[in-house]
Design a protein around this ligand. Structure first.
Ligand SMILES: Cc1cc2nc3c(=O)[nH]c(=O)nc-3n(C[C@H](O)[C@H](O)[C@H](O)COP(=O)(O)OP(=O)(O)OC[C@H]3O[C@@H](n4cnc5c(N)ncnc54)[C@H](O)[C@@H]3O)c2cc1C
Length: 295
């Protein structure tokens, strides 16, 4: 399958942003089947440049992640990226995952430090990596994969020194061999533009793909944002207070907000929009349709 760095370069040269969609490994075989046979085919309507599949805490979904990426690529012929984290893995473990990925025709890896199971602090595994830039270097030396990394327009939640320190570390990790950045979900585009300007002014020219989540439920988004440290705007908080537990109305608002957010990003030259789909298709399809990506 194609390298995502080439797909992004082509799109950037053509001046049109790409759409990508992220999934997580379903817990049950039925869930997995539904993802690969129903949700993914529906989302092909957005003409995705690539899909991606997350990697669970402690490497717990390793087999599942690679298996789902493989199945999506074989059945749907869309380049699909495997996320890979440092949690609980030695260099040898990581090497084995990369060997298997290569063997299965998986050419794109999102290199992450990862989060340990909830409530625990990250600790460097013995014989493993402490930060994602070390994982990037390790993958880069193999010269076999296109590598993406995570970026945080509001700064990473654990970076107490301020967002610019975190952005400097992102630049360092890209300099270690990453080809593109995918951001954490955010709602205020001003944060994204400040982040992008800061990196561009410092010579980081690799594509930055914006992470977008259409809000589906008030309680769910409050939980997610608490976990990842992204903030909800005043407008969003006020609307969610009004709509309460009416998930249908919240989802309609979420689609409308994400459409406005994406339209502004496109107008301001974003290179890609990465949808956190939560293994659902309706909201992503609606936003893509509103933006004219579905013919
Ligand atoms: C697009 C996207 C996809 C994701 N997918 C997954 C997934 O599939 N599975 C999963 O478990 N998690 C996933 N995450 C979450 C991610 O693993 C966590 O946010 C994690 O806490 C940080 O990962 P990182 O790769 O940015 O880590 P790092 O780049 O290692 O940064 C982690 C922290 O260390 C600090 N740091 C970095 N380098 C240094 C240094 N040299 N010295 C001191 N401090 C340093 C950073 O400022 C930051 O606070 C994803 C996040 C995003 C944005």
């Amino acid at each position: 399958m194609r390298f995502i760095r080439d797909i992004l370069q082509e799109a950037t040269e053509a001046g049109r942003p790409v759409i990508s969609c992220e999934f997580f490994p379903a817990k049950t075989p039925q869930g997995e089947q539904s993802l690969v046979e129903k949700i993914v085919p529906r989302l092909k309507a957005v003409n995705p440049a690539f899909f991606s599949v997350t990697y669970g805490a402690g490497g717990s979904t390793r087999e599942k992640t690679l298996g789902i990426v493989d199945a999506i690529q074989k059945q749907h012929e869309v380049p699909t990226m495997a996320h890979l984290t440092c949690v609980g893995s030695t260099r040898n473990d990581i090497g084995a995952v990369l060997d298997e990925a290569k063997q299965r025709g998986i050419d794109n890896i999102l290199a992450l430090r990862g989060d340990p199971p909830s409530g625990e602090a990250f600790t460097k595994p013995e014989g493993g990596f402490e930060y994602s830039h070390e994982l990037v270097e390790h993958i880069h030396t193999r010269n076999e994969f296109s590598i993406g990394v995570a970026g945080f327009p509001e700064g990473h939640i654990a970076c107490t020194e301020g967002r610019e320190v975190d952005w400097d570390r992102l630049k360092a990790k890209v300099d270690s061999g990453a080809d593109f950045v995918i951001t954490q979900l955010f709602f205020d585009n001003a944060d994204f533009y400040a982040f992008r300007d800061y990196l561009r002014e410092r010579g980081m020219n690799q594509p930055i793909v914006a992470g977008i989540i259409p809000i589906l439920s008030a309680r769910q988004i409050q939980r997610f944002t608490e976990l990842c440290g992204s903030k909800l705007t005043r407008e969003i908080t006020a609307r969610l207070d009004e709509l309460g537990d009416d998930d249908e109305a919240v989802s309609t608002f979420g689609i409308e907000y994400a459409t406005r957010q994406c339209a502004d990003l496109i107008e301001n030259g974003v290179e890609g929009l990465h949808f956190y789909t939560l293994n659902k298709s309706r909201a992503t399809l609606a936003v893509a349709e509103n933006l004219g990506f579905i013919q």
